[in-house]
Ligand binder design. Structure first.
Ligand code: TRP
Length: 348
């Protein structure tokens, strides 16, 4: 271990502390192929490489910032947890948990809001987008980025895998870490974003990000028939009206997906047969469908073998692991901020 390592630990001098990774996913709708290719599949790779400590969180407290039904949210939390585990976010190898099981998230969010300027929150584009034209805009939607900062800083995470749309929130978290440390002393590291290397999969309508709220998704575990039904009618190159028109793979969402799931030789074939007008779009989609199936069949099998009680138990264990880190951080935070009675029954 290098003596200069910022993560140097006095208790285990022979082992350098590993980078700590935290990421969260909102349990909205069902896990779709955009979530899988853009985020969840890379989580699995990071877990398997085992070079970092990883925590992955179903952020249910973020999901209540817009109107919702309680019973529906409960189903989605269960469903997301099952899907994530089926995708290889293995609770035996990582810390997988539900945000509201670890109350320290909401506690830290309140404390961090005291060092977060309102002006910064007003500048968040996601707030503007999600709040625009709505009858009811909750104050939680406004302070959402503070909770996200708390998620990350609570675990002193140094690496945060996110999509491009979350960069602004992450920048705020970095700023919040600096502000807190400046005011109360060095507690938090500055978390760095890790952008997904998979090109962004667009919605099936071709003109926006794949997102449940836009109704342009294919669920990852959609039955094969409807998976194909949606893929078959997905938007492609609008200039390609007839089979004889050469297509432009570089602007086509189907090609983006090929790049994510098909072997390199198939990708090359797609380019040749699309630009050479040898394949129609449906031919190209059929090949894509086969490659999706190859990747998804083992995940589907795994999902069928999982039971809800077993999954809930794994989440409980995950929360217990997360809580140990969270409690240690909060003890430090309360001390630094001068909070609490320091009665022996409350310390810890
Ligand atoms: N806001 C993120 C999104 O909508 C989800 C999220 C919440 C998150 N807390 C996080 C992501 C902490 C990374 C780290 O995608």
């Amino acid at each position: 271990m290098s003596p200069q390592s910022p993560f140097a630990s006095t208790s285990t001098p022979t082992v350098a502390a590993r980078p700590r990774v935290f990421s969260g996913i909102q349990p909205s709708g069902e896990l779709h192929i955009g979530n899988y290719l853009g985020a969840v599949r890379t989580w699995r790779q990071q877990i398997e490489e085992n070079k970092e400590d990883t925590l992955f969180c179903v952020v249910d407290a973020h999901a209540i910032t817009v109107p919702y039904e309680a019973a529906e949210l409960r189903r989605r939390i269960d469903g997301f947890a099952i899907d994530l585990i089926a995708c290889g976010v293995d609770p035996d190898k990582t810390t997988l948990f539900v945000q509201s099981d670890v109350r320290e998230h909401t506690e830290l969010a309140w404390y961090l809001s005291s060092v977060t300027p309102m002006g910064d929150l007003h500048r968040m584009t996601q707030f503007k987008e999600k709040g625009e034209g709505k009858d009811f805009v909750s104050s939680a939607l406004f302070t959402y980025p503070v909770l996200m900062s708390a998620d990350i800083l609570l675990y002193k995470a140094t690496v945060v895998p996110v999509g491009e749309d979350q960069i602004q929130h992450l920048e705020l978290a970095r700023e919040t870490s600096r502000r807190f440390n400046h005011r109360f002393g060095e507690v938090f590291p500055e978390p760095k974003p890790r952008l997904s290397t998979t090109p962004r999969v667009m919605g099936l309508d071709g003109d926006s990000k794949m997102s449940k709220s836009k109704g342009n998704t294919i669920s990852l575990f959609e039955p094969e028939e409807s998976f194909w039904g949606k893929l078959r009618t997905a938007y492609t190159d609008p200039q390609r009206l007839q089979l004889s028109d050469p297509g432009r793979p570089e602007i086509c969402n189907i090609y983006t997906m090929h790049k994510a799931v098909s072997p390199k030789t198939t990708q090359d074939e797609v380019v040749a047969n699309c630009t050479g007008a040898a394949w129609g779009c449906v031919d190209c989609k059929k090949v894509l469908f086969e490659n999706f199936n190859r990747e998804l069949i083992p995940l589907r099998r795994k999902r069928e073998a999982l039971s809800l009680p077993q999954v809930r138990e794994a989440l409980g264990d995950g929360a217990a692991k997360a809580r140990r880190i969270a409690q240690a951080t909060m003890k430090e935070v309360r001390e630094r901020m001068g909070l609490g009675s320091l009665a022996s029954s409350t310390v810890g």
